[in-house]
Design a protein around this ligand. Structure first.
Ligand code: RIB
Length: 297
């Protein structure tokens, strides 16, 4: 079973010619509302890529956004038994997307701030569990979740996104000791590198020091796998017409987990996940509509 422990948001997206710089105001003709949140995007991507059980552990508010998120999970076949309705507003993300499909995101965490690793209690967590985490929820709760899953013999995939500057370094170090696969983009890798490496450290050294497989997502330049056994694989991204890159990284992580859950090797899973992430750049918003046909992934 795949468990995604993480954030659930509604995304308010404005398309702009150029993303506003600090102190600047830009105008957009309107805005769209999409389902999002890194955790939710990963869960939806995993469910789309697999017929096996994908369970979301997270929080929504007792509001219409939260009800919408629950309905969206149901439409995609994500199990919401461990999604709690809490006394805070559903998380909202304010997203600007520019002409090239690049984005800038501010997340108002709301209900996501109340997630608890205690919500794992009662779930079947064992050696077959793959747990996916990101950094849009409390680091302390992520740590407790990772400890729980590892103690049960399960596998932990950490997507270190967003790599905010305010994380307690000791907690980050402890979390890194508990993971099997680290997925980062290049800026996130730099942040992690500062924790575990001297400035000149390579991703391969980082993987060795942490003791995990490291997957470096590089946008249009594809994906690099620096495996713990010292092997290296580069996977090209598919050439696609980019509409919106929002959530492409989340789709990668969800599809990676789904492939591993179906017994793919890590290099095979990186291949399928890269294909899925490329496709994710071809639709508006972080998730495809439930009616969007399932890709070959
Ligand atoms: O990675 C994209 C996601 O980041 C968006 O869906 C938004 O909700 C933010 O969490």
């Amino acid at each position: 079973m795949i468990i995604v422990f993480g954030s659930i948001n509604v995304d308010l997206v404005a398309r702009v010619a150029e993303i506003a710089r600090p102190g600047e105001t830009v105008l957009a003709p309107g805005y769209d509302t999409f389902f999002g949140g890194k955790g939710a995007n990963q869960a939806v991507a995993a469910a789309r890529a697999s017929d096996r059980c994908v369970m979301m552990v997270g929080a929504v508010g007792n509001d219409s956004f939260g009800q919408g998120c629950l309905g969206n999970f149901a439409a995609h076949g994500v199990d919401t038994a461990a999604v709690h309705c809490v006394d805070a507003p559903t998380g909202l993300a304010f997203i600007s997307v520019d002409r090239g499909g690049e984005n800038a995101i501010t997340v108002a965490s709301g209900a996501n701030g109340l997630i608890s690793a205690q919500w794992l209690d009662g779930l079947v967590i064992d050696a077959s569990t793959i747990c996916v985490m990101q950094m849009e929820v409390s680091l302390a709760e992520n740590l407790s979740c990772a400890r729980w899953v590892r103690a049960a013999g399960g596998k932990v995939i950490l997507n270190f996104a967003p790599a905010g500057p305010d994380n307690d370094p000791r907690q980050v170090d402890e979390l890194l000791q508990l993971i099997d696969i680290l997925v980062v983009n290049e800026p996130e890798a730099e942040v992690i590198g500062r924790h575990v490496l001297p400035a000149s450290g390579t991703p391969a050294e980082m993987a060795r020091r942490i003791g995990c497989d490291l997957v470096l997502t590089r946008g249009a330049a594809g994906v690099d796998l620096h495996a713990l056994d010292g092997s290296f694989l580069h996977q090209n991204a598919q050439p696609v017409e980019v509409v919106d890159t929002t959530g492409a990284g989340d789709t990668f992580v969800g599809a990676l987990a789904a492939a591993l859950d179906e017994a793919a090797t890590l290099p095979e899973a990186v291949g399928t996940a890269t294909e899925a992430a490329s496709q994710a750049c071809t639709w508006s918003g972080a998730q495809p509509a439930p009616t969007h046909h399932k890709q070959s992934w």
